[in-house]
Design a protein around this ligand. Sequence first.
Ligand SMILES: NC(=O)c1ccc[n+]([C@@H]2O[C@H](COP(=O)([O-])OP(=O)(O)OC[C@H]3O[C@@H](n4cnc5c(N)ncnc54)[C@H](O)[C@@H]3O)[C@@H](O)[C@H]2O)c1
Length: 343
Amino acid sequence: MTTTSPVRLGLIGSGWIGAFHAETIARRIPGAVLEVVADPVPGAAERVAAPLGVSKTALDAAEVFADPAVDGVVISSPAFTHTDLVVAAAEAGKAVFVEKPMALTLEDADRAILAAQRAGVPLQTGFNRRFSHDFASAHAIVAEGGIGTPQLLRSLTRDPGIPNPGAVKPWTIFLETLIHDFDTLNWFNGGAVPVEVFAVADALAYPDFKESGLLDTAMVTIRYSNGAIASAEANFSAAYGYDVRGEVFGSGGMVTAGDVRATSMRQYTASGEAAPTTRRNIDLFHQAYTDELVSFADVIRSGGPVVGATGTDARAALVIALACIESVTRNAPVALDGRGAVI
Ligand SMILES: NC(=O)c1ccc[n+]([C@@H]2O[C@H](COP(=O)([O-])OP(=O)(O)OC[C@H]3O[C@@H](n4cnc5c(N)ncnc54)[C@H](O)[C@@H]3O)[C@@H](O)[C@H]2O)c1
């Protein structure tokens, strides 16, 4: 493609985040076009495509992969479908952006990475925090040695609530929520690999659903190959709003990223001081969700390397999520070999 022609993207999966990505592509990415929307539920793709003026829809993602007008795909279907869709898209020569988690097993992660490598297509994964300005500048400072040698790292996700606790799949807290934090910690800790993981989890917010496998609260400690020790925590019932923060403490100082306050505006009354907070992740990370897809389109246009999280990064985050599952199952810390297998 020429550097001036629009980048044409196909959306696979038009549910909650897919609908938001569709709007981002159609309205907020300079030089990008939402070419087609695919979803197997009759009417679902049309519901998202029509208000954005997109006339091409499909029930089967294979139609998008076969479409010569499509340069790249944004996969936002459920996690269990991701690997097969990444492989099919790559084999069709399409650039791939896939939501997290890219895969649910290390074998599938390797399959997705290999398919993209063989096809020579970019594979970017949906770790949007890397594009949030505060997280990105914290990362840059750590990478430049601005806080010395990292010793303690921290990342947390507190979600304001889940609409249907009974529908949450087992281990979601590790595979779909904390996987963001694991990517952040790996990224902040620049190339070190986890050597030990200990996870403790419970259903404290929705105890009635514990029997059906829900875990809504978790604390994870990770020991890294460079000696740094990290913690990641998550909860699904933050009364005050979406709360995502990160921190690296090192021999020469500390960086922090994330702020539960939505703006710097404060209200002062007889009851005291108040700051507005954010209830939806797409508000908290609006800029990051936009910039990750701007970057994806730029990579397609330029032919350069992926700027955000790659397939290999997605595998590295999955390693920790799978180790957490093993740790909770054993109720003990688990050791990892260099490739991420639990010993
Ligand atoms: N990066 C983030 O912050 C973030 C936020 C939300 C969701 N996600 C991820 O995005 C993915 C989707 O989550 P969601 O909450 O939007 O789910 P959802 O259930 O709301 O939407 C999924 C959609 O995919 C469709 N679908 C199912 N199988 C498909 C297939 N084979 N091909 C195409 N479409 C298919 C479904 O019909 C549905 O419309 C999950 O992996 C989730 O973890 C990421």
